[in-house]
Design a protein around this ligand. Sequence first.
Ligand code: ACO
Length: 377
Amino acid sequence: MAPEIMKGLKDVYLDTTTSSFIDGEVGKLLYRGYNIHDLAEQSTFEEVIYLLLYGSLPNRQELADFDSLLRSNRRIPDEVIQVLDLVKNSHPMDALRTGLSALSAFDPEVTDNSPEATIRKGIRLTAMGPTIVAAHHRLRQGLEPVAPNPDLNHAGNFLYMLFNEVPDEETTRLLDVDFILHAEHGANASAFAARVTASTISDLHSAVVTGVGTLKGPAHGGAAEEVMKMSLEIGQPENAEEYCRARLESGGRIMGFGHRVYRAEDPRARHLRERARALSEKMGQPHWFQILSYVEEEAMVPYRSRGIHVNVDFFAGCIYYLLGITDDLFISIFALGRIPGWTLQCVEQFEDNILIRPLLEYTGEMDLSYVPIEQRS
Ligand code: ACO
């Protein structure tokens, strides 16, 4: 009897987790039991990293100590800067993947897969990730990398290293919220891929590198960049109707819509929608938000009954663009936010490990006769 094929592993439960809870029917997301809305409105990325890695909210002292630990781990070895210089013409995600991989050569605990060491490594990778992305971005422009600034928080320091300018509080908070919203999301493709790597009892650096490679695709983390490209092609709100009709009628997809798990609106989108609206008005460029609104409120309305709504990536690209961030950096920002989530998934995988190794049903030919090369036509 032919086995049942669970194509794309859709709706398959792979294991249990205490990392995040997703109810796709109602659009609910919890990190370690806490609602994403409360975290986006009241928390900080530093606190969310702590929550994910240690399982509970920190008190003031714990948060201050944790924040200092992150700040003190931001510098990357000169050798890694040299590697980034060698690959400066590559896509920022490829450079991030290479840089994170290179860090393994300098991490004294690289092969220690105990929960404690994995968390320590995850903290280092979270702290150093922005330094890699910013250094590569500077190098590819022929500029010197900017050293991390310990007076700034995680989001503010990243913007500072990118632009060599201390960002204002509002801009810093925008990126802080964006990092919170991207920090963890169950068995999504990149976390699953990271878990597969961890399940071979490889190591966290390898698993995070796997996660970065998997996140890169437009069906996953690449959607924000594609949404902004679409907005730029549309140009003005009055062109949106024709553009969407042509795209959808030819079988194309509108990026930033649809999700494997959510049948209701992705709860993370709400926080970026309001911020994209406010920012586009503040910057005197309201047409970008108007284009997105048209797509959401008009073109994609018929898709709602099929469970296709905006996802977290729909408004993110507009925010990054208005902050002056180059479009090929968008996915890297997602990846920087997700390192704590990948770390937690690996801690869980290592703690109760089983090799992840599904089956494929063979549908090719059987028992063919081997023909020596000189007898082949
Ligand atoms: N625009 C138009 N139609 C869509 C869209 C979309 N964005 N997404 C899904 N559909 C349609 C498909 O055409 C398909 O229609 P059909 O049944 O008539 O063939 C149906 O909805 C189901 O689509 P699948 O691709 O089978 O659904 P799946 O759950 O595998 O896909 C995915 C989820 C890959 C995210 C998909 O919705 C998509 O391609 N979206 C655009 C890319 C995107 O925004 N990715 C970011 C995801 S969120 C994240 O990673 C953070």
